[in-house]
Write a protein that binds this ligand. Structure first.
Ligand code: G6P
Length: 612
């Protein structure tokens, strides 16, 4: 979702801004623009619809724009179609104020009315132009930039990260945020601003996290921070230790394939985070045995693939720790007036830690008095900062919009949390716990083996490019995994796909099955295998072409019925999703790549969904 960058220093700003925007491309966007303060003091704005490359070409790699300070933006359209007029930066009358924004100003219509009555006119359909002119209005009225931004913060509802330049205040960029991510990096004689760390990592590792309702004032020699009442606040930078390389393609054609292949390491790193001498140690997470014992119910909230990881966790936690678990979409949870009981733990799963609905759900859970545990990948993200306890998944930076390795890390976190609860609550024997732990420790090598045998899937995927509809079916954890397999396929290949609990198929969906319809059956759960196989026979007898992803030991049950089988190594049923997801990811990847689609940046999608 929209990406923001800013730079003030001694270098030519435009190439730095464009480079930063290219690092944020993964967030998803449909237009882009930059604004640079020229040597004469005038702020030049250049915008394009479509890919960033068009902006790079239009500005000759940024070399056509002179000046050492500027802001830039990649826009993911919310208010108004993706075109050059609606693209950011937006400018106030006479070019006095230039602004970029990520988020949604919810009361923009009402503010627009007010500004219209004061004689302002509007050229775009965006809430951002309204924000720009609101700041212009306050600046005119009160005279100070800080005061104008403070008034803006107090007046608007919704979410925003904004970067603002004032034409008559050279050598300064102002920034503020509420519920939309933005960080500031301090280099030598230069200050950088971005929606996310990878955009500035090439220049500096010293990063400031701006809190909600804080204002930053960037100048060449440093940055100052203010509260909304304009009192200056002290802030210490965080030193980023991970490597910029981690966010580069490293020889792979797409980030998605690179990230799929990183999964063995991701599993190892996430396991090593809490497994000490084969015992799960939650000291770093802060969740005490006492609190675990006192937990009577768990609600898991998340969006997208993180929600699917939550569905797997629900089965594993209920099975192992015998605690009732409910898993819910964050966008539903936040508005349905949830009833949380004493002893309820709310688990929020989020790769980015910035998803607007998940963050709101976390706040709602806290407001209702529940204890909260975040399972988050991005260090220092909003959800990580606001939750009572944090389990950091160790996936490293994930760039492809369609998640793979972060989902895998979320599964691992789910197993380890469930196992910890089961051990503390004594709902499983030591031997059973040790067997699952050993199984988890074997996963990296098993995933490696599945990855090394990907050519077969690639060949099969080549035949799937013309497919119009796919149904994924499974029971129990296999159903939870079907949800993810189906999402993966549709989001990057644009093939219509649905996931169904296999037993539900005959309550309607089977009417869609006809000669050649592709059905993917997931069969890793021994106790449910025969039931799913019966459902597969039902679709097969109506002409379906069946792909089966089956555990080695269950293969004899399905081999003769399926048209194409993919086998996964044997493991404990609770953790089988970590193996079965690999061929599903590969299948989606190869179908998308074969169709020549933009695998890493599928249309209309954003990596980090910071608006609701
Ligand atoms: C977007 C991404 C998905 C992700 C979902 C939740 O839709 O494209 O890959 O699963 O947001 O994101 P989160 O950062 O909260 O895990």
């Amino acid at each position: 979702m929209c990406g923001i960058v800013g730079y003030i220093g001694k270098k030519q700003a435009a190439p730095v801004l464009l480079e930063g925007l290219s690092k944020l491309e993964y967030r998803g966007y449909d237009s882009a623009g930059i604004a640079v303060r020229g040597n004469g003091g005038k702020i030049d704005v250049v915008k394009t619809k479509g890919r960033l490359q068009l902006l790079i070409d239009k500005t000759e790699n940024g070399n056509a724009l002179f000046g050492t300070s500027g802001i830039g933006h990649t826009r993911w359209a919310t208010h108004g179609e993706p075109n050059e007029t609606n693209a950011h930066p937006h400018v106030s009358e006479g070019g006095k104020i230039v602004l970029v924004h990520n988020g949604i100003i919810e009361n923009y219509a009402e503010i627009k009315e007010k500004l219209l009555s004061h004689g302002y006119t509007f050229y775009s359909n965006t809430d951002t132009e309204v924000a720009t002119k609101l700041i212009a209005y306050y600046y005119e009225k009160y005279g100070g930039a800080l005061e104008a931004i403070e008034r803006f913060i107090l007046r608007v509802r919704g979410s925003y990260a904004i970067a603002v330049m004032f034409a008559d205040l050279p050598d300064r960029i102002y920034a503020a945020r509420k519920d939309s991510p933005m960080i500031i990096g301090a280099g030598e004689d230069s200050v950088y601003l971005a929606s996310d760390v990878p955009a500035i990592l090439k220049y500096t590792r010293n990063v400031y996290y701006i809190e909600n309702l804080e204002i930053a004032v960037m100048e060449t020699d440093g940055v100052r921070f203010y509260n909304v009442d304009r009192t200056e606040i002290e802030k210490m930078p965080v030193h980023i230790t991970w490597d910029a390389e981690a966010a580069e393609k490293g020889g792979y054609e797409h980030f998605m394939m690179k990230e799929i292949c990183e999964q063995p390491k991701v599993i190892t790193d996430t396991v090593n985070y809490v497994l000490k001498d084969k015992k799960i140690d939650f000291t770093e997470i802060g969740l005490s045995d006492k609190l675990i014992r006192a937990t009577k119910r768990i609600t898991i909230v998340a969006c997208g693939s993180a929600y699917h990881a939550g569905v797997v966790m629900q089965y594993v936690m209920e099975g192992l720790a015998r605690i009732p678990v409910r898993v819910e979409l964050a966008s539903e949870f936040r508005y349905r007036k949830p009833i949380l009981e004493r002893g309820e733990l709310v688990v929020v799963i989020s790769q980015s830690g910035e998803t607007a609905d998940s963050l709101a759900a976390l706040r709602e859970a806290k407001r209702l008095g529940a204890k909260t545990l975040a399972v988050v990948n991005v260090l220092g993200s909003s959800i990580a900062r606001e939750a009572d306890f944090v389990f950091y998944t160790k996936a490293g930076p994930e760039i492809a919009v369609a998640t793979t390795k972060a989902y895998t890390a979320q599964l691992i976190a789910g197993y380890l949390i469930s196992l910890k609860f089961a051990v503390v609550k004594k709902t499983i024997s030591e031997a059973a716990s040790a067997a699952i732990t050993d199984g988890i420790l074997r996963l990296p090598a098993q995933v490696e083996a599945l990855l090394s045998d990907r050519e077969r899937i690639q060949k099969f995927a080549a035949k799937m490019t013309g497919t119009k509809d796919v149904f994924f079916i499974g029971r129990g954890i296999d159903y939870a995994l079907s949800l993810e397999g189906s999402l993966k396929l549709k989001e990057i290949s644009y093939i219509h796909s649905e996931a169904y609990a296999a037993g539900e198929l005959k309550h309607g969906t089977i009417s869609l099955v006809e000669e050649g319809t592709l059905v993917c059956g997931v069969i890793t759960q021994e106790t449910l295998a025969e039931k799913t196989v019966s459902n597969i026979v039902e679709v097969k007898s109506r002409g379906a072409f069946v792909v089966a992803v089956a555990a080695q030991n269950l293969l004899p049950k399905i081999e003769k019925i399926a048209d194409f089988t993919i086998t996964i190594p044997e493991t404990a049923p609770q953790i089988a999703a970590s193996l079965a997801v690999i061929p599903l990811q590969l299948l989606s990847y190869y179908v998308s790549a074969n169709k020549g689609l933009d695998v890493d940046k599928p249309r209309n999608l954003a990596k980090s969904v910071t608006v609701e």
